[in-house]
Design a protein around this ligand. Structure first.
Ligand code: NAP
Length: 315
C-alpha cells in the first residue's frame, strides 16, 4: 500500500486471531488497547491517530487500534470485545448493515437508519449500536460547503452500501428536496428505495425519491439537476483507482462530497476530477472527524475536543 493511499501508518494491524488471544498478543502494549475499528480493508483507516490524540489529551489510559475482520468473522469478533475489556468499536466496510442483527440493543436513531457504525460495551457487557455517519455527514456538509441538506437535490453513488444507506436515510430525515439513489447493483438500490418508503412514510411525502441506473444518473445532464453529489462507494480508496465521475460530466455548480479520504492535502480521484471541472469538492476527512467526535461522545459520555481530533487528522 503506498503512502498516498494510507493517511497514517500506525502499526501493527491486528486480526481475529489476535483478538482470540488478546492478552498474549497485546500483553506488553501500554496503555492497553480498548478501542478499535473493525473492517476489511482496514489498513487505510485514519481513526486510530484521531482517537489516540484525544485519549492522550484527556489522559484516558487506553489506546485505539485497527483490527482486520472479514465479513464472516464479525459475529465472533463482536462476541469477544466485552471479555477483552473494550470500551467499544467502530465498524467500517463491509460490516455496517450486518452488525444490526448481531448486537444486543440498537439506539433508536441507528435503528431508523438501519445501519450501525459505532458499538458501545455497556457496564453489563451488552453491546449497544449507534450510527454516527448520518449526523456526522450533516455536520461535515455544513462545514465543507456552508449549507444544510434541507431542500437540496442529492445524488448518492453507492447508495445501497452501509454508508450510502445511512446517508440516504439521513437526507430524508433532513428533508432534502430530491434524493437519487444510484448503485452498481441496480436491484439493491430498488430494494433500498422500497425499504425507505416503508420506514419513512412521513418524510417521503416531502421528498422526491428516485432510483436511477448508474450510466443515466452520471450523465452531465442528470448531474446538472443536482445540488450535491455524494460518493459512498470505495472507489478512490486504492492507489490507481480512477474517479467514478469524469470531469466532463461534472457541472461546476454541483457540490461534490467524496466519503473516501486520503492524507490531508491529497485529493481523492473524485475530488481532483470535480475541482478540474470547477466544482467545489471535499474528501471524507471531515466526515471521519465528525462521525468520530460523535462516536467518542457515545463511548465516554462527555464532549470530545473536536480541534484535538481535527489537528490529528491534518497533521
Ligand atoms: P459497503 O457497505 O461494502 O458498500 C459499498 C458500496 O459501494 C456498495 O453500494 C457497492 O455496490 C459499491 N461499490 C463497491 N465497489 C464498487 C465499484 N468498484 N464500483 C461501483 N460501486 C462499487 O461499504 P461502506 O461501509 O458503505 O463503505 C463504503 C465507502 O465509504 C468506504 O470506502 C469508506 O471509506 C467510505 N466511508 C467513509 C467514511 C468517512 O468517515 N469518511 C464513513 C463511512 C464510509 P454493490 O451494492 O453493487 O456491491
Amino acid at each position: 500500500m503506498c503512502a498516498e493511499e494510507q493517511p497514517t501508518r500506525e502499526r501493527p494491524i491486528y486480526d481475529l486471531d489476535a483478538l482470540r488471544n488478546w492478552a498474549e498478543v497485546t500483553g506488553g502494549v501500554e496503555p492497553p488497547l480498548r478501542l478499535a475499528v473493525f473492517g476489511d480493508p482496514v489498513a487505510h483507516s485514519a481513526s486510530p491517530p484521531m482517537h489516540n490524540a484525544v485519549l492522550a489529551a484527556l489522559n484516558l489510559p487506553m489506546r485505539y487500534t485497527r483490527i482486520a475482520v472479514r465479513a464472516e468473522e464479525l459475529e465472533e469478533a463482536l462476541g469477544l470485545i466485552a471479555a477483552r475489556g473494550f470500551v467499544g468499536v467502530n465498524l467500517t466496510i463491509p460490516h455496517k448493515a450486518a452488525a444490526l442483527a448481531l448486537l444486543d440493543e440498537i439506539d433508536p436513531h441507528a435503528a431508523r437508519l438501519g445501519v450501525v457504525n459505532t458499538v458501545r460495551v455497556e457496564p453489563d457487557a451488552r453491546l449497544r449500536g449507534f450510527n454516527t455517519d448520518g449526523p456526522g455527514f450533516v455536520r461535515a456538509v455544513q462545514e465543507a460547503f456552508g449549507v444544510s441538506l434541507k431542500g437540496k437535490r442529492v445524488l448518492i453513488l453507492g447508495a445501497a452500501g452501509g454508508a450510502g444507506q445511512a446517508l440516504a436515510a439521513q437526507c430524508l430525515l433532513e428533508r432534502c428536496e430530491r434524493l437519487v439513489l444510484v448503485n452498481r447493483t441496480f436491484e439493491k438500490s430498488q430494494r433500498l428505495a422500497e425499504n425507505l418508503r416503508v420506514r419513512f412514510p412521513e418524510e417521503i411525502a416531502d421528498v422526491q425519491l428516485e432510483v436511477v441506473e448508474w450510466d443515466r444518473a452520471t450523465s452531465r445532464s442528470s448531474l446538472a439537476e443536482m445540488d450535491l453529489v455524494v460518493n459512498t462507494t470505495p472507489i478512490g480508496l486504492k492507489a490507481g483507482d480512477i474517479s467514478p465521475l469524469a470531469p466532463e460530466s461534472l457541472p461546476a455548480n454541483v457540490l461534490v462530497f467524496d466519503t473516501v479520504y486520503r492524507a490531508a492535502g491529497t485529493p481523492t480521484p473524485l475530488v481532483r476530477a470535480a475541482r478540474e471541472a470547477g466544482a467545489q469538492a471535499t474528501g471524507g476527512l471531515s466526515l471521519l472527524l465528525h462521525q468520530g467526535v460523535l462516536a467518542f461522545e457515545h463511548w465516554f459520555r462527555q464532549p470530545a475536543p473536536v480541534e484535538v481530533m481535527r489537528r490529528a487528522l491534518e497533521g
